[in-house]
Structures are given as structure tokens and as C-alpha cells.
Write a protein that binds this ligand. Sequence first.
Ligand code: NAP
Length: 322
Amino acid sequence: MLKINIPAEDKRFDVLIIGAGPAGLTAAIYAARADLKVGFLEGSTPGGKVTSTDQIENYPGFQKVVGSDLALNMFNQATKLKAHYMYGWVDRINKDEDAKIFSVHTKKNETYFAKVVIIATGMKERTLGLENEKKFEYKGISYCAVCDGNLYANQDVAVVGGGNSAIQEALYLTKIVKKIYLIHRREQFRADAIMLDEIKSKSNVEMLVPYVVKAYVGDEKITGIKIQNLETNEERILNVACIFPYIGFNPSTSFLSNLDILNEQKQIITNKNKKTKIDGLYGVGDVTENDFRQITTANSDGTVAALDAIDYINKNAKSWSW
Ligand code: NAP
């Protein structure tokens, strides 16, 4: 039986989801349809990285769908099912093992309580780590082509990286900017062949491989970048108005350091049903050890975790008095 005081109605949930990308929203949809009281906390725009993706062409059921539309549909579906959306950044999660209750604390000193917590916080962009990076953020360094591309209409820009994100965003920019330098540190690309073929066919893209960015150039804002050829060591300056680094992501898990559920890469370790070693605590989507990071795999994680959580709540129903 619950040993802690029963929290106020608006602070307690059967399932509390942290993060409202495709993994979190899918979990919310499944848990809410099982008649559970579901809340989700998000400190940024609901929808996750999908909201800043232009065209998605590999989401089954849609030959093409705009990322923000897909995200909004998922969000609306979850909230229509009465999954309760709350704004907030989570600072810490604790569990009272006797009471089988999690307390979730936000940076604004709010505390929520839940029988199950599903962590779906995704990943944050990796930065190049060069001098003056903070100074030039939003002044010529952007991590979102869809959000900022129009600011650089008819100008020259650089995109860095060789994965799906870099190629996808570069493809989006081809329609807006004058020229794109696509800078990648090796000959092989991680991006899907179909996207790679498309970018190679664009007349306003110049591929620069194997190159790395050595410095930002500019005074108040970026006017160029210094790049270096890794084979010849030759350095050159590219005059660009903006650089879009798409060099991968780091998992957003710093608030979980007290729980001992992370691997060396700071990703959440789960079993096949997305449960961590702590009963009632799940990790889903990009924040976990997954080999593949797609919207569809996030959907799958959210589904599996929610179904396992429903089972867990039903099996332990007598443990809680709400
Ligand atoms: P990613 O696949 O990890 O690619 C990161 C790229 O950045 C790699 O080419 C890497 O080079 C390069 N890189 C890493 N650190 C660097 C550094 N310090 N300096 C220069 N270059 C650096 O990351 P992503 O493209 O963001 O994709 C993440 C996941 O999301 C992937 O699983 C991807 O398939 C998925 N995704 C899918 C789609 C889609 O299907 N439409 C769209 C976007 C993302 P190396 O190759 O040399 O390591």
C-alpha cells in the first residue's frame, strides 16, 4: 500500500512520459487508450526533432509528409485521448521503492508523481566545439535548416556531416540558398543511397570531402569558415553566411545520472520491452541504446513500453490506492 501521502489529483499520473517526440507521443496514445491517466512533460516544442524536418518520405502510409504536420497529428491524437500535456524541463527522478511511486522534479520546482515513468527525451545536437561557437549561435550557426534556411535565401551556406540528417537538410536548403558546400570528413557517407544520389544531382551543391571545419570566420556574425583537406592539409576559407552542422546527436540524459541506468555513451539501457532495471521505469526512442534511430523505430519503442507498462500497472494494481 502507498506509504507516502497521496499527491494532489493534478500532480499524479498512472503513466508520466518525459519528452513528446514520436516515441513519447506513441506511448501516450497507447497508455491513454488503456484508460490510464497519462501526462507528458516537454520542455521544448512538442513533436521532437520531427518538427524541424521538412519532407519525410519513409514513414509508411505517407509517400511524403511534412515533419511538423506529422508531429502535430501525433500530438493532437494524444491530447484528444486526454493525455495531459505539461510544459517543463525535468531535473531529477526518484523512486520510493516501498510505495512503487516515482517523483519527477522539474527545474521550476514542480513535482509530479507516477506509477510508471517513460523517458523519451531524445538527443541534442552535437556541436563542432570550435572557438566562438556560443558567440555565433543564431548569428551564422544553425542546427535547424527548416527553421532558419529562409534567413539565408540566395546566399552561400555550408552543411557539415555525412549522415541522413546532413543530406536531408542540405536537400531542403537547395531550394532556398544560392550554393551549399557540403563538408564531410571522409569519402564514405552514412546517408541512405537514395538521398545521396539526389544531393549529387543538385547543381547548387559542391561536395567537399575529406574536409573538416577548423574555425569560424567573422566579427559580429559569421562571414565564412576555415576548412582543411584531411589528405593534403591544405586550408581554405569559404565565404558563407551560415554553417549548419549535422554531425550527430548526444542523448539527453544528464538528469538521470542518479539512477544508474545509462551506458558509457550516456544512453539508457533497457530490455527488449524497453524497461530499465528499475521496475516501472522505461526508456524509448533515440535516448536508448537502439542501433537504428527512425521515426518508425521510435513509434515501435513507445508502443512496446506502453504495453509493458499497462501490464505492470495491472499486475501491481493493489500496490496503489489511486
Ligand atoms: P549520424 O548518422 O551519426 O551522422 C553524423 C555524421 O556526422 C557522420 O557522417 C559523421 O562522420 C559526422 N561527424 C560526426 N562527428 C563529427 C565531427 N566532430 N566533425 C565532422 N563530422 C562529424 O547522425 P544523423 O545524420 O544526425 O542521423 C542520426 C540518426 O537519425 C541516424 O540513425 C539516421 O539514419 C537517422 N535519421 C534518419 C533520417 C531519415 O531516414 N530520413 C533522417 C535524419 C536522421 P563519420 O561518418 O565519419 O562518422
